[in-house]
Ligand binder design. Structure first.
Ligand code: CTP
Length: 404
């Protein structure tokens, strides 16, 4: 099981109703092996008393930058150095803005500026505050600086509205903390992954293929490796350098890819199908170069096997994650594939637009599973892959607990 043993986590609690979940987060971080210290903004103390955090963390809580007693016990610079990871949960819109601007006008913001440790932010606010251009711009600035985000989740809010803005649940924050630690959220697990396009030959020199670059799949393979998994990457032809430390199997056609997957699937815990597999192949590829005849040419196409469905519907199937590339009605099509292909999870994106999707360095994903979903806003494919792997780890463990 993944662990945060020996890790020093500084939990920054800011003002918001979701602060009531933070004591549970402290308990879960400690259960995962971490030593936790808590710093609170003055607004946070209006929601939960520092004494509550003192009781669950076992040490006194840091609130005031100018408290001589607290500074004598552990000064703020010492505390910033002590942390291996800073988790801000809940993170209010105001605190995210102050982080983005590098303000240091209270103890928590000073600690975030003075630390060299990675920072993980779990936003919690009204849906309109989250969607506001100012908040999204601040989030983009922080992401570009390497700050990680977990959530927010969609759902009913304390204010009575429904939308994106709920703080991620404490178990999801613990998994994100594991990943942020260069982590071992997938430690000991074997991940089998398909990536890139397939090529279906017409004759020895021509083939049918698609625009997939393989970038997203390769990024997910690297992120799964960084999360501690043993990764096998089954890849169609791409121009990319394979991520170090992954076993790589190069294939060409959809049938080759299926054969390579079936030869290894029994040994894997998680299967991720990110390949853009050709849906059709040439019924009978010509053994020699087809000569031009100057008349119309008809090629007969036959369907290829659906690799993802084949894996997901096997007896003893691994935790199976599909991708869906759609040009319209994203959620409807993705949820349809989740059910019809018997998947545990599906990550969907819109294609056919400039700036995201095929061939692009950026992407945005909507992730669906039975009973839940999460939006991963536009970001570099590497950052998205890390967030996606954190969700896969969280869902894998949640479903493993249910099936025990
Ligand atoms: N996939 C697969 N084998 C195939 C076709 C697709 O494993 N022969 C997988 C892809 O890797 C992806 C998912 O199925 O994870 C969805 O692919 P997509 O092309 O979006 O969906 P299709 O099932 O092919 O449906 P459609 O093209 O009609 O949208």
């Amino acid at each position: 099981m993944a662990t945060l043993a020996q890790r020093h986590i500084l939990l920054v609690v800011t003002g918001g109703i979701a602060a009531y979940k933070a004591p549970d987060l402290v308990r879960r971080l400690r259960d995962a092996g971490a030593t936790v210290r808590v710093a609170m903004t003055p607004a946070a103390t209006k929601f939960v008393r520092p004494l509550t955090f003192q009781a669950v963390s076992g040490v006194s809580v840091h609130v005031d930058l100018f408290d001589p007693g607290a500074e004598a016990a552990m000064g703020h610079i010492e505390l910033a150095r002590w942390a291996d990871l800073v988790v801000v949960a809940p993170a209010s819109a105001d605190f995210i803005a102050r982080l983005a601007h590098g303000l240091a006008d209270d103890l928590p913001s000073t600690l975030c500026l003075a630390t060299a440790a990675p920072i993980l932010v779990a936003p919690a606010m009204n849906r309109l505050m989250w969607a506001h251009a100012a908040t999204q711009a601040n989030v983009a600035v922080l992401r570009a600086r390497g700050v990680r985000f977990v959530g927010p989740d969609e759902g009913e809010q304390a204010c009575g509205e429904t939308g994106a803005g709920r703080m991620a649940e404490p178990p999801a924050i613990v998994v994100a903390a594991l990943c942020a630690q260069g982590g071992d959220a997938l430690a000991g697990l074997r991940v089998l992954l398909t990536a890139g396009p397939t090529q279906e030959p017409i004759d020895p020199v021509r083939f049918i293929t698609n625009r997939s670059s393989g970038k997203m799949g390769y990024a997910v393979a690297a992120a799964a490796r960084d999360a501690g998994a043993r990764v096998t990457l089954i890849t169609g032809p791409t121009r990319l350098v394979a991520p170090a430390g992954c076993e790589v199997v190069a294939v060409t056609t959809a049938q080759d890819m299926l054969d390579a997957v079936l030869a290894r699937v029994a040994d894997c815990d998680i299967f991720i199908a990110s390949a853009a597999v050709a849906d059709y192949t040439i019924a009978t590829p010509a053994p020699h170069k087809v000569k031009k005849a100057g008349t119309a040419l008809t090629l007969t196409l036959t369907p290829t096997p659906d690799i993802l469905r084949t894996v997901a519907t096997r007896a003893g199937a691994p935790f199976t994650v599909g991708f869906a590339a759609e040009t319209e009605r994203l959620a409807e099509h993705a949820r349809g594939k989740l059910t019809s292909k018997s998947l545990n999870m599906i990550a969907a994106n819109l294609v056919g637009r400039v700036g995201t999707g095929f061939e692009s360095d950026d992407n945005e994903l909507s992730v669906f599973w039975k009973g839940g979903e999460r939006q991963l806003g536009k970001a570099a494919k590497q950052a998205l892959a890390r967030d996606l792997v954190a969700i896969i780890a969280e869902r894998y463990r949640a479903e493993a607990v249910h099936s025990e």
